[in-house]
Design a protein around this ligand. Structure first.
Ligand SMILES: Nc1ncnc2c1ncn2[C@@H]1O[C@H](COP(=O)(O)OP(=O)(O)OP(=O)(O)O)[C@@H](O)[C@H]1O
Length: 233
């Protein structure tokens, strides 16, 4: 589905992505691990078109999509839940969900408002609440629900559990499992590497803008030396 070949990105003189190659095939769940500041969010923002690639290419199926603006990337069928959530605080839960609704690229309408509310019962209870009245966990659920309303083929989650209470974190992982089971491909960044490896098919580890480890998540979970070396765990 989305193929990244030798991607480079800079912030001014700072060379942050240094030749990242990554395949995100349809229906596959991929974990993206790495210590703070290694370039995970920058990789995601470059895939989404928010950061300009200074080298390398992006391909969606057979189509070259390097340099596409975020709106065009989203319309290919990529849902993005950014770090910090980014919901509309002045709109109600319902409005946040409905304003993003659209059929998938192939006309799929799997994720209706009803289905999203079924997946997130807490949102169903707070449909008329404003975004600013929600707890952190509810805001995160709303951000994920909103991305699902676009019927994506690939869903990118950046630090979806950050700062949330353990019960809410468990709820978010439950939903991630449910999304995975529907066959949507995912790219997941989370500080809890164990949870990432338990909820993904494959994973990659970034170090200073490069991928230094990759493989089946179950195998990476057993590679204690590699994890100690690259994640410091
Ligand atoms: N807007 C920016 N301008 C300049 N430098 C930036 C910017 N955003 C990130 N950086 C730098 O780029 C590098 C990679 O940051 P990035 O946020 O991609 O890492 P990360 O792996 O996602 O880390 P974290 O888990 O802390 O978010 C870091 O050195 C960071 O300081």
């Amino acid at each position: 589905m989305l193929y990244v070949d030798q991607l480079h990105a800079h912030y001014g003189d700072s060379h942050v992505l240094r030749g990242v190659s990554l395949s995100l095939p349809a229906g596959v769940s991929t974990g993206l691990l790495g210590r703070n500041g290694m370039g995970k969010t920058t990789l995601i923002r470059t895939l989404m078109g928010y950061v300009r690639a200074t080298g390398g290419s992006l391909r969606w199926g057979d189509r070259e999509v390097t340099g596409f603006a975020p709106e065009r990337i989203a319309r290919l069928g990529v849902g993005y839940v950014p770090e910090g959530r980014g919901i509309f605080a002045n709109l109600s839960v319902r409005e946040n969900l409905v304003m993003c609704a659209r059929a998938g690229v192939g006309g799929e309408q799997h994720w209706s408002l009803e289905r999203v509310l079924h997946t997130f019962p807490r949102l169903a209870e707070r449909l008329r609440h404003g975004g600013q009245q929600l707890s952190g966990g509810e805001q995160q659920m709303l951000a994920i629900g909103r991305a699902l309303m676009t019927n994506p083929r690939l869903l990118i989650l950046d630090e979806a559990t950050e700062g949330l209470a353990p019960l809410v974190v468990a709820e978010i992982w439950r939903v991630i499992s449910e999304i995975r089971a529907t066959g949507i491909g995912t790219l997941i960044v989370d500080r809890n590497y164990r949870a990432v490896l338990a909820h993904t098919d494959r994973a990659v580890v970034m170090e200073k803008g490069r991928i230094v480890m990759e493989g089946a998540s179950a195998e990476l979970a057993r590679d204690h030396d590699g994890l100690a070396r690259w994640l410091g765990v």
